[in-house]
Design a protein around this ligand. Sequence first.
Ligand code: OFO
Length: 174
Amino acid sequence: MLLKKIETALNKQIRIEAESSQVYLSMACWAEIQGLEGVAQFMYRQSDEERLHMLKLIKYVNERGGHAAITDLKAPKTAFGNFKEMFTELYQHELFVSDSINQLVHVTFDEKDYATHNFLQWYVAEQIEEEALARQIVDKLKLIGDDKGGLYFFDRDMQALTTAATKADTDKEA
Ligand code: OFO
């Protein structure tokens, strides 16, 4: 049985994961209408991943005797200036999510809820990966600057990265 305080904290994180999914979905749409198909695919995938993070939390809360709350969500921005700005926002957003996960882990520790503490380690590891990937992408875009040809190859790289990640997931499931 979950303590009320833990249930509330997990529900807050459910909302953050749902909002993250919406933020990345909005970035996917913006990239798509700019004609960068690879970036759009990457962002659609990020959005799907955030939804899976949300669902994993929902299942956990319900299985432990809590009630996962499905709430209204903050509407994301719909335009992002340029791709460097957009990926910088993605990176900042991941830092915000990591901070939120850390606070959540802290609450479970304070309340001696070691089962939830253990469950959250998956999110801690995931955030390390996502932060690192976002930072790498921002660094790449800084190198590219305003070079249109560079952006074209960057888009192809993003497409290849997304295809490889999706294949790795499919192989894992098989
Ligand atoms: Fe939910 O994984 Fe990052 O934000």
